[in-house]
Ligand binder design. Sequence first.
Ligand SMILES: [Zn+2]
Length: 309
Amino acid sequence: MKTGLITSDTYQSHNTGDGHPEKIDRVTVIIDNLKKLNNKNLIWKKPTKFDKSLLKITHNSDYINFVAKSFPEKGLSFLDGDTIISPGSKDATLDAVGSIITAIDGVQNKEFKNAFCAVRPPGHHAGKNKAMGFCIYNNVAVGAHYLINKYNLNKIAIIDFDVHHGNGTQDIFYNSEKVLYISTHQFPYYPGSGTEQEKGKYNNIFNIPLPAGTTSEEYLNAYELVLERIKEFKPEFILLSAGFDAHKDDPLAQFQLKSQDFYELTKRTLELSKLYCNGKVVSILEGGYDLLALQESTELHVNALIEFN
Ligand SMILES: [Zn+2]
């Protein structure tokens, strides 16, 4: 079967201002590169419009209303110190959520085996009632809730390999029996959370903090712990919070991963997913701020999604 690639032109209108690391070109370089490669095993789709009540499962109504009213008619507005929105951010923000819905439907309906969502803004720092760290809605959390509510699944695993801890995702699922959240991340570092002691009400949070300077070998060894936990949990579906800012060239963090490492970790995850959830994996873009590293790493990530699906 093929791999879904979900993206939208609206991300080009989510302007975060000059010099902001979470910039328009991030998704543009990924998409231009994948279009040029023209792999026939990719099925390209735009995000569908979705029922906005889906957002309310993840976020407070007051927060959703606040965000809806915050988009400026011109210029830029701030949702927090580094989360900036422009007039075009409204559609982009909804499309980022819609992408994971579209990807999940495509996998569940066997339109494609797995999928990658190239989106902005990212989501894993966004909490129930707050924007944070470039994130507005928690895209991957909406996806997990959608799998539970629409498809009646009871065991969702979220693997977050972004170099930052996904504090928003952890908070949203801290008391959830149905969602296992696993994160590898630089620690101590932004956003400050992500210790081994943060385990969740049902032992459903698994944090693997790693020091600045972590090498490929050290990281891939740590990733084996992620896979061991997946084996124990036996998920029905795996969601990937796919940040590529653990790359050695990334300006926002100090891990030393190479582009090829993202192929390797994706391959290992997919091989395991075949044993437990029939290869059902949906990956959604989080961070990654060096454009060339992001282009290479996402190409290899998508190649692995295609080759091992
Ligand atoms: Zn990050």
